[in-house]
Design a protein around this ligand. Structure first.
Ligand code: MAN
Length: 357
């Protein structure tokens, strides 16, 4: 696969983003949803801020307090044997069998704008901050689907009740309307298709299963974008492969003459994140036509391999110009980068798979 990475990558780093909270530092500006609005490329950045800790033995956890509308900060000493601090993103009580107890940073959505797709300016304020009890640990990894003149933005809402997926709508990227939670915990990586198919809206989603089953991609449909049903398992992990640990939808599905092209992410069991492609039937996206064997993109550059959480390329959106897909993607849970891919080249790779099948 020919990938043209922008020479100025990473385009946005945490150093470009001043923190909004006093005594905090920005440790990530990554995994952005993408939109074309008027003459601007809009990135809905996930900005992760954490309370500065002067003492390396103290790890802090920021939590949004809904009543006070401000942040509470919990402090943990690394010598505390009841907790596991191994994953820099989380704090886990050891008697908790899986998952985490707290996050070490709090994420919110902030806009970066650009006229040329290369040089971005960051808005002074946040666009969407946690605003309800499902979001006390933050909101993360936005995706943006344009339907008519409305931009639907969905994201992971994280709290002690779990990770669910919430939806808002905007027409101007200044104000938004809250449309509630569309998928219950634990669910991530929800991608809304940009148009109705045979009278129904469709969404990819990724339930994170705990008793049996894997972190696979499912598909559901809805009459109104709010009530989702008719769930089908779409594609699963491939044990031992680059997408053997977990998979999830990446970019908003792209309509091509061969089918719906979904660029998804897959990770190994030890959390190396790559991007792959799957082609779905145009009239019935619950039918898989083909799926790439190899990733179409892997962490190769230093800025993809090293960072807060290295070995991660994580695309949440792109801009299409003819055959060109400009993918904006998070790198190493730290910064934003961009690259260009040819849609026909991805489709050719999928076509090969289809004839091999
Ligand atoms: C995982 C990672 C983190 C994220 C949490 C909650 O641990 O993806 O970056 O903050 O899940 O969604």
């Amino acid at each position: 696969m020919n990938i043209y990475r922008y020479p100025k990558n990473p385009l946005i780093t945490p150093l470009d983003v001043p923190p909004l909270h006093e005594g905090f530092e920005v440790i990530g500006a990554f995994n952005a949803g993408v939109a074309k609005y008027q003459d601007e490329t809009i990135l809905l950045l996930r900005v992760a801020e954490r309370p500065i800790s002067e003492d390396p033995m103290i790890v802090k956890a920021p939590i949004y307090n809904i009543e006070k509308q401000s942040l509470d900060i919990l402090e943990f000493n690394k010598s505390n044997k009841e907790y596991d601090f191994e994953d820099p993103r989380t704090i886990r009580r050891k008697d908790k069998l899986q998952g985490f107890s707290y996050l070490t940073s709090l994420s919110y959505i902030r806009i970066a704008r650009s006229k040329d797709g290369h040089r971005f300016t960051i808005d002074k304020d946040a666009f969407i901050c946690p605003f309800n009890r499902y979001q006390t640990f933050g909101i993360e990894d936005a995706r943006c689907t344009q339907i008519g003149d409305t931009y639907y933005i969905n994201f992971s809402s994280v709290s002690e009740m779990g990770v669910c997926d919430s939806l808002v709508a905007t027409k101007d990227f200044v104000t938004y309307q809250d449309l509630g939670n569309i998928f219950a915990p634990e669910n991530k990586d929800v991608l809304l298709f940009p148009e109705k198919i045979n009278g129904k809206y469709y969404a990819l989603h990724r339930p994170s299963l705990k008793s049996i089953g894997n972190h696979d991609i499912w598909i559901a449909s809805s009459p109104d974008l709010l009530a989702w049903g008719d769930h089908h398992h779409l594609i699963g992990i491939r044990p031992g492969s680059w997408d053997g640990g977990r998979i999830g939808g990446g970019l908003v599905p792209i309509k091509t003459e061969k089918g719906w092209l979904e660029i998804y992410h897959g990770a190994t069991e030890d959390h190396r994140y790559c991007m792959g492609a799957v082609l779905l039937d145009l009239d019935d996206p619950t039918k898989v036509i083909a799926r790439t064997i190899d990733p179409i993109m892997e962490p190769e550059e230093d800025y993809e391999k090293e960072g807060f959480f290295g070995e991660v390329v994580f695309g949440c959106g792109g801009i299409i110009e003819g055959d060109k897909l400009i993918m904006y993607y998070g790198v190493a849970d730290t910064s934003m980068a961009a690259c260009e891919l040819s849609i026909s080249e991805i489709l050719d790779q999928l076509e090969k798979r289809r004839t091999e099948k």
